[in-house]
Design a protein around this ligand. Structure first.
Ligand code: CUA
Length: 361
């Protein structure tokens, strides 16, 4: 079988088989056309060699049939390959399925730093469950790296200043190579590690143990949300961003994923890129009806901390409307937490066992 050839890495994700099929179809087409061209070449060279007795009395000056024949079949085949591979490409690089496991990746010279929503951090290792889609949101702290897992057939550049993302669904438990696939300095070749795909039960055990063997992890990791909230308080974000947006800055309650009106008349979607930019370059996107008063936090907080803050901001549900302020809305049914009066009040629900539900974008 093809997949047992030592040339090919394991097929361990839902993209692998399809990606290989496209690879082999392209190879087959290339070989077939090469053979056709070279067979014709050899045949004509031998038949019409100098001194041969071939009939040269009716030279051919044009043939529509021949030209159509070598134009349209290759065109159609080429377009089919394009549509086929574009479909797979847009699935891989498109929106991750709802309910994906969220993993944050930070690339730096020369290691991979991986962060689970429940706060577990891993270096050059990633534990994930089999059979569940995983979405990676990635950024670099220095130069361009590239996150490459051959067994999953995924690779995407990790770029400073911009979030990139990719998703995959591991289909087989096992241990798979992780590489950096972009030359990023002297120790580029050492920038790699392992992906551990575990059975769901085993994975839950690993999560509960707080990521055993990881040196920089506390036995019970703090969730990204909780760390974000801590930072939110430390930095005093709530002084300006109160829940009702009546203070100096707009409210952050329920902000994530909404469309924001800007002072210059434009609109922007409050996604990861928008929030990161607002923290580091607050002059660029000023919310409508507010003055620019926010200092830049560039150089003062790390990419890790931005991700933590983002996790907290994502977790703040819509602010209670006038009719519901009296009775606290149960967050169990809506799935989103309700933002309580003053931002920055510790939320007792923020424990490792109920990390923020992903919104799957
Ligand atoms: Cu990082 Cu090569």
């Amino acid at each position: 079988m093809i997949k047992n050839l030592p040339l090919m890495p394991d097929q361990a994700s839902s993209f692998a088989a399809q990606s290989d099929l496209i690879y082999w179809a392209l190879t087959l087409l290339t070989v077939a056309f090469t053979l056709i061209v070279f067979a014709a070449l050899a045949f004509l060279a031998i038949r019409y060699r100098r001194g041969s007795k071939a009939d040269r009395s009716r030279p051919l000056h044009g043939s529509h049939l021949l030209e159509l024949g070598w134009t349209f079949p290759p065109l159609v085949l080429g377009l089919l390959m394009f549509v086929w591979s574009a479909k797979l490409f847009s699935t891989m690089y498109g929106r991750a399925p709802e309910g994906s496991e969220q993993i944050y990746v930070i690339g730096k010279q020369w290691m991979w730093h991986l962060q689970h929503m429940n706060g577990i951090r891993e270096n050059n290792e990633l534990h994930i469950p089999v059979g569940k889609p995983v979405k990676l949101t990635m950024i670099s702290q220095d130069v361009i790296h590239s996150f490459f897992i051959p067994a999953f057939r995924i690779k995407r550049d990790v770029v400073p200043g911009v979030y990139t993302s990719i998703w995959f669904e591991p289909t087989r438990a096992g241990k798979y190579h992780l590489f950096c696939a972009e030359y990023c300095g002297t120790q580029h070749s050492e920038m790699g590690g392992w992906i551990y795909v575990e059975e769901p039960a085993e994975y839950q055990k690993w999560l509960a143990s707080g990521g055993r063997r990881t040196a920089d992890t506390q036995p019970l990791a703090t969730t990204m949300e909780a760390k974000g909230l801590q930072l939110y308080e430390q930095q005093g974000c709530g002084n300006c961003h109160d829940a009702d947006g009546l203070s100096r800055g707009p409210s952050l309650a329920g902000l994530f994923g909404t469309t924001v009106k800007l002072k210059n008349g434009a609109t922007a979607v409050a996604d990861e890129a928008y929030i990161r930019k607002s923290i580091l370059e607050p002059n660029d996107q000023i919310a409508d009806k507010y003055q620019q008063r926010m200092p830049s936090y560039k150089g003062q907080i790390t990419e890790e901390q931005i991700l933590d803050l983002m996790a907290y901001i994502r977790s703040i549900g819509p602010r209670p409307s006038a009719s519901t302020t009296a009775t606290p809305v149960s967050s169990a049914t809506s799935g989103t937490r309700v933002h309580t009066a003053t931002a920055g009040k510790p939320n007792p629900n923020l424990t490792a066992s109920n990390a923020a539900p992903s919104r799957g974008n």
